[in-house]
Design a protein around this ligand. Structure first.
Ligand SMILES: Nc1ncnc2c1ncn2[C@@H]1O[C@H](COP(=O)(O)OP(=O)(O)OP(=O)(O)O)[C@@H](O)[C@H]1O
Ligand SMILES: [Mg+2]
Length: 230
């Protein structure tokens, strides 16, 4: 019972998801299956509306599929209750969004420290970890600045540092360079590529960015709620 048949970080099997019902139903995902091997950076591409965000939310435990199965680190998400999903999102998965999602009144350092506070880490451990993470993303000298005082690329670096705060095994990023110019986006993508190597995380990143598609270990394409085979 509960035996892991695969060593994949993420295993998605025949996942379906619809919004609405009857004639108005939108079939966002129509039988999606794939695996993300441990330690890999997997890019997810596809036209607007193809189901990328829906899929990322389901893999990260923010939403549930209508049908099919999702395993993260060998654990079937259907077997987790609300509390279990909360713990998964807090401790095992780091999220990075297109719009950064930083708290405006907190400094960069305080933003990075939020997940550590939520976990109840002791203040000294928190301080050390925040300092290390800000150095990792190249923002050691910007710790005291609030998001409004940082450039878009810097804000996304803070968001990446925050996503890594609790040492997640899986990083999920939804168009992390969508609001950045090409050059800044390129630097953010290289940072993601670097942290996947140095922090021992696995990443699933939805993107249209050709830079990241080139840096990824593999590229998955969604079309109309289905994975396109290449
Ligand atoms: N909460 C919702 N209610 C109704 N329909 C939704 C909802 N969320 C997504 N959809 C629909 O599901 C489909 C897939 O949406 P999704 O956001 O996953 O696409 P996407 O690939 O992330 O697109 P984009 O590149 O524009 O971000 C779309 O047709 C969308 O309109
Ligand atoms: Mg989307």
């Amino acid at each position: 019972m509960g035996q892991t048949v695969t060593d994949a970080m993420v295993r998605v099997e025949d996942v379906h998801k619809s919004y609405g019902s009857g004639a108005a139903a939108v079939h966002a995902l129509r039988g999606v299956s794939f695996e993300v091997p441990r330690g890999e950076l997997v890019a997810l591409k596809g036209r607007s509306g193809s189901g990328k965000t829906t899929l990322l939310n389901i893999v990260g435990g923010l939403d549930t599929p209508d049908r099919g199965r999702v395993d993260v680190e060998g654990r079937d998400l259907a077997g987790l209750d609300e509390e279990g999903l909360l713990a998964l999102r807090r401790d095992r998965v780091g999220f990075v969004f297109q719009s950064f999602g930083l708290i405006p009144i907190l400094s960069a350092a305080e933003n990075v420290g939020v997940p550590l506070r939520l976990r109840g880490a002791d203040p000294r451990e928190r301080e050390e970890r925040v300092e290390l993470l800000l150095s990792l993303v190249g923002l050691a000298d910007h710790a005291a600045q609030r998001p409004g005082e940082l450039s878009g690329g810097q804000q996304q670096r803070v968001a990446i540092a925050r996503a890594l705060a609790n040492n997640p095994s899986l990083l999920i990023a939804d168009e992390p360079t969508g609001q950045l110019d090409a050059e800044t986006g390129h630097a953010v993508m290289e940072l993601l590529r670097a942290v996947v190597r140095s922090e021992n995380v696995t990443a699933l990143v939805a993107t249209h960015d050709t830079t990241l598609l080139g840096l990824a270990d593999r590229v998955l394409e969604l079309s109309d709620g289905q994975i396109v085979e290449h």
